[in-house]
Design a protein around this ligand. Structure first.
Ligand code: ASP
Length: 317
């Protein structure tokens, strides 16, 4: 039997206790709670896991607290390049876009690629032409900019020049050290039919080079779903998540090794990612509604909501 559930994340990283205040924590908790509740409402009304993760990630993109959509980090060159992906576990259909700069909600573009094209991934201008052709909203690239992210870029640029040490005290509005966190967003869900879906969206990493693509839009690395095993969405050092094929590895260990969801997810996050010098976390759900949310840093913005239950929100370990 399946217990319908939605799980979301808003990135993982190092905690900066000194940047924490009750007010900041309240804002994060409130945002995460509201988005989990929206996902729960979709599932409670009989909606699909696919619809629940699409809407949860769209809301996370709209929230400037998180590094996806509005509030996305800046590239080295001072722009924003957004990546997103989605996968439906029932037919293992998938869609993704990367390097887009003018699509308001990249996750809707990823879903459009999945549902309305014969392909899985579109990049840059081609992705935008496709999305706008499907009627998705176009914004000026400056729409994604926020003052906090701009300051973060300035600190990262100064850091590259050797002026700021790695343990620099964070000044921005974020309890997880904004210079050492990964703010990608994601959602996974199991619906009442036991169908699974996963979605991931990101602005990437602060100060990334133009054209750099991380794991988030890569099916199998930052996002994967298969009803037979699990749905997974990742956040962390994208290059390592690509090299470890992290999301797929969770599913593969369940399929080939008979591991439990928790054991498979823990092994990826605590053994495989750390072994290659990476950091981060993931969220995962299986078709019975078991969930796992491992992360190897000090915190991960996260929320879980079973249908009929209260949202459980967490930031710290
Ligand atoms: N994984 C993302 C990337 O490498 C970053 C993140 O999780 O925030 O683009």
């Amino acid at each position: 039997m399946s217990r319908p559930v939605i799980v979301i994340h808003g990135g993982a990283g190092a905690l900066a206790r000194q940047a924490m205040s009750a007010e900041k924590e309240r804002r994060y908790n409130q945002a995460l709670t509201g988005i989990v509740e929206q996902g729960q409402a979709i599932l409670a009304a009989g909606g699909s896991a696919l619809d629940a993760v699409t809407e949860a990630v769209r809301l996370l993109e709209e929230c400037p607290l998180f590094n996806a959509g509005k509030g996305a980090v800046f590239t080295h060159q001072g722009g924003h390049e957004l990546d997103a992906s989605i996968m439906d576990g029932s037919m293992r259909q998938a869609g993704a876009v990367c390097g887009v700069t003018r699509i308001r909600n990249p996750i809707l573009a990823a879903r459009a690629v999945m549902e309305h094209s014969a392909h899985v991934m579109f990049t840059g201008a081609g992705a935008e032409a496709f999305a706008f052709g499907r009627g998705l909203e176009q914004v000026d690239p400056a729409f994604f900019s926020t003052a906090e992210r701009y300051e973060q870029l300035q600190r990262a640029l100064a850091d590259a020049a050797g002026a700021i040490l790695d343990h620099d005290v964070p000044t921005a509005e974020d309890p997880i050290d904004p210079d050492r966190k990964f703010g990608t967003v994601g959602a996974v869900a199991c619906d009442r039919h036991g169908h699974l879906a996963a979605a991931t969206s990101t602005g990437g990493m602060t100060n990334k080079q133009t054209g750099r693509v991380g794991d988030s839009p890569i099916i199998g690395a930052g996002c994967y779903a298969d009803d037979a095993t699990a749905a997974i969405s990742c956040t962390g050092s994208g290059e390592v998540f690509i090299r470890t094929v992290a999301a797929y590895d969770v599913a593969a260990q369940i399929a080939y090794g008979g591991l439990s969801l928790q054991a498979a997810a823990d092994r990826v996050v605590f053994d495989k990612i750390l072994a290659l010098g990476g950091s981060g976390g993931l969220i995962a759900v299986d078709a019975t509604g078991n969930v796992a949310l491992p992360f190897n840093g000090e915190g991960m913005y996260r929320g879980v909501g079973y249908v009929g239950g209260r949202p459980e929100i967490g930031i710290y370990r």
